[in-house]
Design a protein around this ligand. Structure first.
Ligand SMILES: Cc1cc2nc3c(=O)[nH]c(=O)nc-3n(C[C@H](O)[C@H](O)[C@H](O)COP(=O)(O)OP(=O)(O)OC[C@H]3O[C@@H](n4cnc5c(N)ncnc54)[C@H](O)[C@@H]3O)c2cc1C
Length: 466
């Protein structure tokens, strides 16, 4: 093998628009490496693990079977493979999550100890997290201000897939991800099912481009329809963006233009970049409330809370929109954004469960499960995050259904028990109608629990920053 270099794939499982891969291809013969870190996959459920494995299979096929998968701590495995090949240089796309930064520093140090170099280029974002600052040098805390600066830095053209001379060495198959996953279940998951979602989206770069092409035909309606789960009008690009089968640069270039739909879509990609930025300078926000005084909010934790959490996660609350959302998550490993907000709000504000429990279940199950977007999405809903919805604005699961699933089409799709209920009754979740139809009675009185949530909030209100 002449002059081999290693390309270490992480959150960039694609060949096109991958500047770090272009650099590796210029440097010599490339050995493509993916390291399955048992620590990283332990808190990942079967569905997300299967999706990562399918993404790896697609990548391997795209490079003619050259992908080398090894298992272990990257700090050991990457230098080992470099030694095995006599490779001086390891290339990778940058990754700025707190965990990734720590890992990359350790791998770079281990390689440097043997005279080898880790070079990271680019990031999974259009603008590298942590690089947009106010004039004072402080990071932005408010999305709209961040977005104004972020938008001035768009417009970078995607790069084409390079011609690569691949070389391969023995490794394991992508199923290693699934075999090592799901070993760290929190106690509150109790006996929740963990079979892979039967209808999770197709994986890989080609499937990502097909989804992008499909959405490009509808993007001009995005502004008007994105909040309607029954219309399925969003891009469904989140899984591809998460594993890096698509780079957001590619997506924005394909959907460029002045229409309101396109502009709103750009703003949503902007939220993804904002949350990654917040996480880069507040790594603790992954598991702690950004407004620390929210940590004093009383939440339920005992056996009854575990049972309520289980009913929520199974989609058995008796509130049709909540149940439909949670069952979409079980069936597809994905959920519509509006319904993520409604289900998260229900858990936190009607069932009084800690947002971290819900965030763990989403991360376990979602094929796009992403620490920055998920944890901050939960904190937004719980009221404790940046730009958060004020705590006292509590989503009514029945009114949300009336507004955003007006003829109950979404609910019927995921909760077949409701197929016989009249459309007008369905969205109102009229208790007698639901029970008469054979569906379960709502597990709580939403009005009573709403008042309970507000009473608990009042206890900390005086100490909560405005
Ligand atoms: C409680 C909660 C948990 C969430 N967890 C995740 C998660 O783990 N991973 C994830 O990618 N998104 C998460 N989101 C954000 C959002 O719900 C999803 O990105 C979106 O539903 C994905 O569907 P889509 O690709 O069709 O989105 P589109 O509406 O087509 O949006 C395009 C892209 O913009 C980004 N985006 C859109 N909305 C948001 C948002 N509110 N925050 C951050 N990025 C956004 C995503 O990358 C998305 O793919 C969460 C939101 C909430 C309220």
């Amino acid at each position: 093998m002449s002059n081999p270099v290693i390309f270490w794939f992480r959150r960039d499982l694609r060949l096109a628009d991958n500047p770090a891969l272009v650099a590796a291809a210029h440097a010599g013969t490339v050995v493509a490496l993916f390291v399955v870190d048992p620590e990283l996959v332990a808190p990942v459920g079967a569905t997300r693990a299967a999706y990562v494995a399918a993404s790896l299979t697609a990548l391997d096929e795209a490079m003619g079977g050259a992908l080398v998968i090894r298992v272990g701590d990257p700090t050991t495995v990457v230098p080992e493979v470099a030694r095995e090949l006599g490779a001086q240089c390891v290339y990778a796309s940058g990754d700025s999550t707190p965990r990734a930064r720590h890992r990359d520093r350790a791998v770079a140090a281990a390689l440097a100890g043997e005279g080898r170099v880790l070079t990271t280029i680019d990031s999974p974002y259009v603008v590298e997290p942590g690089t947009i600052r106010q004039a004072s040098g402080a990071p932005y805390r408010v999305y709209s201000a961040f977005r104004r600066v972020w938008e001035t830095r768009l417009g970078v053209a995607p790069v084409a897939a390079p011609e690569v001379e691949w070389e391969s060495i023995p490794g394991v198959t992508p199923t290693a991800v699934v075999e090592l996953a799901a070993r760290r279940r929190p106690h509150y998951f109790a006996d929740l099912p963990d079979s892979p979602a039967p209808e999770s989206p197709p994986a890989g770069e080609r499937a990502g481009h097909a989804a992008l092409e499909r959405f490009a035909a509808h993007v001009d309606h995005y502004e008007d329809q994105r909040d309607r789960p029954d219309l399925d009008a969003t891009s469904r690009l989140s899984p591809y963006l998460h594993v890096g089968a698509l780079h957001p640069r590619t997506v924005l270039a394909a959907l460029d233009g002045p229409s309101r739909g396109r502009s709103t879509f750009r703003a949503e990609i902007g939220w993804r970049e904002f949350y990654a930025d917040v996480l880069s300078h507040r790594p603790d926000s992954a598991w702690r409330s950004l407004q620390p005084r929210f940590d004093a909010l009383r939440v339920d934790r005992g056996e009854a809370a575990v049972a309520r959490f289980g009913a929520w996660a199974r989609g058995e609350t008796g509130f049709p929109l909540v149940d439909a959302g949670m069952r979409q998550l079980l069936a597809e490993g994905w959920m519509h954004n509006r319904v993520r907000m409604v289900t998260a709000s229900f858990l936190v504000k009607h069932l009084h469960v800690d947002w971290r429990w819900g965030a763990s279940w989403f991360l376990w199950r979602l094929v796009d499960g992403d620490v920055a977007s998920n944890q901050h999405g939960w904190q937004w809903t719980a009221g404790s995050g940046t730009d958060a919805a004020p705590f006292h604005r509590i989503f009514s699961p029945t009114r949300q259904a009336e507004r955003f699933d007006p003829i109950g089409r979404y609910v019927r799709r995921y909760v077949p028990e409701l197929a016989s209920v009249a459309e007008s009754d369905l969205t109102r979740a009229d208790v007698e109608t639901l029970v008469a139809s054979g569906y379960r009675a709502p597990m709580i009185d939403a009005g009573v629990e709403r008042r309970e949530a507000l009473a608990r909030f009042a206890e900390i209100r005086a100490t909560v920053a405005p």
